[in-house]
Design a protein around this ligand. Structure first.
Ligand code: BGP
Length: 455
């Protein structure tokens, strides 16, 4: 049997926009509401973020599934636009009451509560003035963070400043998957920089609050495996990791940006606007712990075509399709459980073995109803996926990795950005037509996992 330490937590993660429903209750608009209104054709089910899994109305019943799946920790986010419909200023009392009740109920169950402050959900009011491009928005975010610490500080065990900051930066400013759907290297760098600054400033204000909880950042880490040991393939892998991992790992944990990345940015004339005080703030406000989202590795080789003319990560490497790898056909992502072990070793060897936990890991499957037998989705593929990743995580812990928990993506099947409900990840099934929620086989399995601290 694979057994984890007694204080190891097992849980799941979701986010405000993906579960609550932006038109349930009072809320300001986010970039997702706006993008759906202006370009509905981009969204898989053409539903928008309006109802999602209806957590805002269903939460009392939904939270019962935390017990049914045996979770000892739960992660969600607060919606900035719900708490502060104007982005700043007047606090929405309805939002305070909602989150307070949700958080109280979770704590009453003896479940640890991890709250993230920003999960891709920029209030539209602020995107109109440039979103993360604008330091005014950084200021407003710090004020929002302070409001959250004051209103909900007593309930939260761990705060996270951001979820996957690489994603809103790249998807919004290079890849066109998130609003404002631009391709603009200069803004891409500025948004990345300002996001890090916002995170460090939130840590600063958190320290001043004297709360006893901890604060961290959630990063989607993927090691970049080189095609070969050829010097140029190795260089490609190192640079891919600078963009993907080191960009936020170094300032968040070590208190300064990675020098090789800084040089690369400067050599390309892409230095962001910054103020001297910023560097001191970043240096002095590192995180207590790290959340790691892991889905797939990167595989790269040296750049062979001169096809990228602007400054972006892919200017320095080509993706490499390795023969014989396993792919999740629905999402197109490689399944490589050993990647989690390798990340653990990177954190151990290069980041002072900081305290961390897996904050997302999971497999998205399309048309999951086809796996239904006697009314239940028999998602053995998901159980196997979890088992394989947990096996490598356990090996890493035995070798000294300082990992204290494993959270799957996700709790109840949720709305997922442009993909909406295409791929289902939940321990709990959501019937989109009736709104009914039901445990999947993996939900039952997860309860046993948590009770036994292993499998
Ligand atoms: C992560 C995000 C989640 C969730 C998940 C699955 O990167 O933090 O919010 O969306 O990916 O994404 P998808 O449904 O696109 O496969």
């Amino acid at each position: 049997m694979i057994r984890f330490p007694d204080d190891f937590v097992f849980g799941s993660a979701t986010s405000a926009t993906q579960s609550e429903g932006s038109r349930n209750g009072i809320s300001g608009e986010t970039t997702w509401d706006y993008l759906f209104q202006s370009r509905p054709e981009l969204f898989y089910n053409k539903l928008g973020p309006y109802k999602t899994s209806n957590f805002f109305n269903d939460y009392k019943k939904d939270l019962e599934f935390l017990d049914k799946t045996g979770q000892t920790a739960f992660r969600t986010s607060i919606s900035w636009a719900r708490l502060l419909p104007e982005g700043r200023g007047k606090v929405n009392k309805q939002a305070v009451d909602f989150y307070t009740d949700v958080f109280k109920r979770i704590k009453a169950k003896g479940i640890k509560l991890y709250i993230n402050l920003f999960h891709f959900d920029m209030p539209m009011k602020f995107q109109e003035i440039g979103g993360w491009e604008n330091r005014e928005v950084v200021k407003a975010y710090v004020n929002y963070a302070k409001t959250c610490f004051e209103e909900f500080g007593e309930f939260v065990d761990i705060w996270f400043t951001f979820n996957e900051p690489v994603v809103h930066t790249e998807c919004g400013y290079l890849k066109q998957f998130h609003y404002p759907m631009l391709v603009d290297s200069k803004k891409y760098v500025q948004v990345g920089y300002n996001t890090q600054l916002a995170s460090s400033k939130a840590v600063e204000i958190f320290r001043k609050s004297k709360l006893k909880s901890k604060i961290g950042i959630i990063l989607n880490l993927s090691l970049a495996y080189p095609r070969s040991c050829d010097e140029l393939d190795l260089k490609a892998s190192r640079i891919a990791q600078l963009f993907q991992n080191r960009s936020f790992l170094d300032p968040s944990i070590k208190g300064h940006f990675n020098q090789e990345l800084v040089d690369l940015v400067r050599d390309n004339g892409m230095e962001p606007y910054y103020e001297l005080d910023d560097l001191k703030i970043i240096e002095e406000n590192t995180v207590d712990l790290l959340g790691v989202n892991y889905y797939q590795p990167m595989r790269v080789k040296k750049k062979e075509k001169d096809d990228i003319k602007i400054f972006r990560p892919e200017k320095y490497y080509d993706d490499y399709k390795k023969e014989g790898i396993r792919i999740n056909p629905y999402r197109g992502w490689e399944i490589y459980p050993q990647g989690l072990y390798d990340i653990a070793m990177d954190i151990k060897n290069n980041y002072g073995n900081i305290d961390w936990l897996v904050t997302e890991n999971g497999i998205g499957v399309e048309n999951e109803e086809k796996f239904k037998a006697n009314g239940m989705i028999e998602d053995d593929y998901r159980i196997d996926f979890f088992k394989e990743h947990l096996t490598y995580l356990h090996k890493a812990i035995e070798e000294g990795a300082n990992c204290h928990g494993y959270m799957v993506w996700t709790f109840i099947d949720c709305w997922s950005w442009l993909n909406e409900y295409k791929n289902r990840y939940g321990l709990v099934e959501l019937d989109l037509k009736t709104g009914e929620k039901k445990l999947k086989k993996s939900g039952y399995w997860f309860k046993k996992l948590a009770e036994n601290k292993g499998f």
